[in-house]
Design a binder for this molecule. Structure first.
Ligand code: HEM
Length: 264
């Protein structure tokens, strides 16, 4: 049944630091894309709040050390340097004491692969506000995400993944199209995001990295019957509100029929 048995999951797993960033054939082309965006559209891909600089710099140094580089820049400029050294987007949360609790506002980001959201809209917000457009986020995982972040420690980095279907191949997609861009599921793309979370030992901030992988759906299904069935399940279980958020709604019926035809 459509919309049955779906729950968002936090789903974090331990991250092996040696595998923090994925070296693959898209590494260099993605860096080229990031260089061009930072040069030509910097105000869309770099955004920060004035209290970000110490935490942004610590995050930058951690990334640069992993790739064996360093920077002469400071603050958010160092974060830009770090973002040009790995294909992943880099976002930084500041740790702010609020009585016994901890607040973690999103204070800086270098984001060149947004999946239909705008960086500047999110700066300064807490996790509940950042995720406001995500249907069922607050109900299913809002509190669990906050707890996961608060409990994150420097020696236990984690990672998780997300998926969505898209009707455009670009990694840089800040806007949602107002109507479907293609006609048939064979023209769709699957976007898988690999996200990592690391607590920064000095400033106690958090570095959240996002790497987007876009693959034509027609290539994805070549993984075989198991992959096709899993995707069919995921697509059919999405509640309508979330299917709309993920841009799957308009394509759902045709995608399910097409996937069925592949395993019939
Ligand atoms: C354990 C931690 C987290 C979990 C479980 C989580 C979960 C999610 C989920 C389920 C979505 C919807 C994506 C989809 O289904 O297509 C999402 C979107 C998003 N997440 Fe997170 N998230 C986490 C941490 C963060 C952090 C630290 C940031 C930092 C800025 C962040 C920024 C975003 C943004 C900007 C979106 C897109 C929102 C929009 O469409 O406007 N997330 N996240």
């Amino acid at each position: 049944m459509v919309g049955d048995a779906f729950r968002h999951r936090v789903g974090v797993k331990p991250l092996e630091v040696a595998k923090w960033f994925v070296r693959d054939a898209d590494w260099e082309p993605t860096l080229d894309m990031k260089r061009a965006l930072i040069a030509d559209r910097r105000h869309e891909v770099v955004s920060f709040r004035d209290d970000c600089h110490d935490v942004a710099q610590e995050a930058a140094e951690l990334v640069l050390a992993w790739v064996g580089k360093s920077t002469s820049q400071t603050g958010v400029d160092a974060l830009v340097d770090a973002a040009l050294a790995v294909p992943d987007d880099l976002t930084v949360l500041r740790s702010v004491a609020a009585g016994d609790a901890e607040q973690l506002p999103f204070v800086a980001g270098v984001v060149c692969s947004p999946s239909r959201w705008r960086l500047a809209d999110k700066i300064g917000q807490d996790m509940l506000a950042v995720h406001k457009p995500v249907a069922l986020y607050a109900e299913h995982i809002g509190a669990a995400v906050d707890t996961t972040l608060t409990r994150l420690s420097p020696d236990k980095p984690v990672w998780r993944s997300n998926w969505t279907l898209e009707d455009h191949p670009a990694l840089f997609q800040p806007h949602s199209p107002s109507e479907p861009l293609v006609e048939h599921p064979t023209e769709l793309w699957i976007r898988i995001e690999r996200e990592t979370l690391r607590r920064l030992p000095q400033t106690r901030g958090i570095l959240f990295t996002i790497r987007g992988f876009q693959e034509p759906l027609t290539t994805y299904v070549q993984r075989g019957t198991q992959a096709i069935s899993t995707l069919r399940e995921l697509v059919s279980r999405l509640p309508d509100s979330l299917a709309r958020y993920k841009s799957v709604y308009d394509y759902r019926a045709a995608t399910i029929s097409w996937l069925d035809s592949l395993i019939a």
